[in-house]
Design a protein around this ligand. Structure first.
Ligand SMILES: Cc1ncc(COP(=O)(O)O)c(C=O)c1O
Length: 438
């Protein structure tokens, strides 16, 4: 049943203009009005079913309103819905233990965590931990990255779109990202990957004091447009960071909880073991929940330094987080992400091959992107093509996202519970939209 209570798109737009900070973009020529949600589907004000192939910005993991999440959250809310970490309650430590156990098979060193309200706050805390542990303040991040909206997270972010003209935090430098599609034509993907990694060393040598607190990177770029590094990149980047005594902070806000298929963390795909992991979005399935997980040795650097937040470790958030972990396992959703994501990527590649405007199909599992260009030869970004496609696909019931420095990358990142027929729906809606457009 729709619950928009008679509000129309026009009325809500007016109210939004009147009361909300004017800095948040709204998707679509005619914005989508959400009335309700169920697993991988969103329903508009007329009750029309849509496939949520952007998952509320890569956040819905086990599905909207999953009955088990709802049941456990409601039960917890009825008992106590807020407390403070100044007291003891089992929900906090039970979830911490479960989350760490879920990470540990691949990362036995990650033993200690802290909960935040968002990914941004997790970035901020990870940076604080790295500074405390190393006694240094310089960071290397990547161009095209996104890490959140606080001053430190904005400084670490490597895209002008997301950087306002304010004085940034001192000591942050950006290395080139391993963007295979836009590499110099004379290089092979592997050569370019190695060159990008070596640039980290050059930046440390030339732009910093020669000592860094940390290197921070997303395993696959989210807002940056699903830029997916080659196998050579992260192992070499890691060696360099260790050579200069830095910590490796892995931002798993988008790539975690099995989105890349099978592995719980995205970085497992490259066999690298981070010192600090930040998570948010998918671990809470829409509930405000973030986490920073690190090694015992690194965590010890926070001994005696008070760190606290009001909502971190909220008992309902902990309960939701635990339910999400249980459902990911019982419904084998990381495996589903690999299976359906692999199928979807294959179908997208086959579909898009003949279209001049489809430059690149990339990503892994259910973190897929299609880069739109004016022509395959020129590779000139075509953001207006993407906008038209997004609107046309919405008419056909499929909601997708966008990203990339030039806003020309379609982001297909649905809840991990989508099925093959859903994947077909995405492909067919894109195919008919492209045919209309061209
Ligand atoms: C990779 C990445 N890191 C950090 C963040 C910040 O998370 P939040 O929006 O929860 O603050 C985001 C948000 O989109 C993200 O994509």
């Amino acid at each position: 049943m729709a619950n928009t209570k008679g509000s129309s798109v026009e009325e809500l737009l007016e109210l939004r203009k009147k009361y909300i900070l004017p800095s948040t973009p709204i998707y679509h020529a005619r914005p989508f009005l959400v009335s309700r949600a169920e697993r991988q589907y969103l329903f508009d004000e007329n009750g029309k079913k849509h496939l949520d192939a952007f998952a509320g910005v890569v956040t819905i993991s086990v599905g909207h309103c999953h009955p088990e999440v709802v049941r456990r959250a409601q039960a917890q809310m009825a008992v106590f819905d807020h407390s403070t970490m100044l007291y003891l309650y089992p929900q906090l430590t039970r979830y911490a233990q479960k989350l760490i156990q879920r990470l540990q098979p691949a990362n036995p060193e990650l033993e200690v965590c802290f909960f935040t309200n968002s990914g941004c706050e997790a970035t901020e805390l990870a940076a604080i931990i790295a500074k405390n542990y190393t006694g240094r303040h310089e960071f290397v991040a990547l161009r095209h990255s996104f890490h959140g909206r606080s001053l430190m997270a904005m400084t670490l972010t490597g895209q002008s779109l997301w950087r306002h003209s304010t004085p940034y935090v001192f000591g942050v430098y950006h290395a080139p990202v391993n963007y295979t599609y836009r590499r110099p034509p004379e290089t092979t993907p592997a050569q370019y990957a190695r060159w990008c990694a070596e640039e980290i060393e050059q930046i440390i040598r030339y732009s910093t004091s020669g000592k860094i607190a940390a290197f921070i990177a997303e395993p696959i770029m989210g807002f940056g447009g699903v830029i997916t590094p080659e196998a050579e990149y992260f192992p070499r980047a890691y060696e360099i960071v260790k050579k200069y005594g830095g910590l490796y902070i892995c931002d798993e806000v988008q790539t975690g909880v099995g989105r890349l298929g099978k592995t719980f963390l995205g970085i497992e795909k490259w066999g690298v073991k981070p010192d600090v992991v930040t998570m948010a979005k998918g671990i809470g399935n829409g509930y405000p929940l973030g986490a920073v997980i690190t090694t015992r040795e690194v965590a010890e650097a926070m001994q005696g330094k008070v760190h606290f937040n009001t909502f971190g470790g909220n008992p309902v958030a902990m309960t939701v987080g635990e339910a999400v972990l249980d459902i990911l396992e019982s419904e084998r959703l990381p495996e589903n992400a690999a299976e359906v994501g692999g199928y979807l990527k294959k179908r997208l590649s086959a579909l898009l091959d003949p279209f001049e405007v489809a430059g690149d199909v990339r990503g892994m599992g259910l973190m897929l992107g299609v880069e739109f260009v004016k022509s395959k030869k020129s590779k000139e970004p075509a953001p207006e093509t993407l906008l038209k496609l997004m609107d046309a696909m919405k008419e056909k019931g499929v909601l997708v996202g966008k990203g990339g420095m030039d806003a020309n990358v379609m982001r297909i990142k649905p809840p991990l519970c989508i099925t093959r027929p859903d994947a077909d729906w995405i492909v067919e809606s894109l195919e008919s939209s492209l045919k209309e457009l061209t």
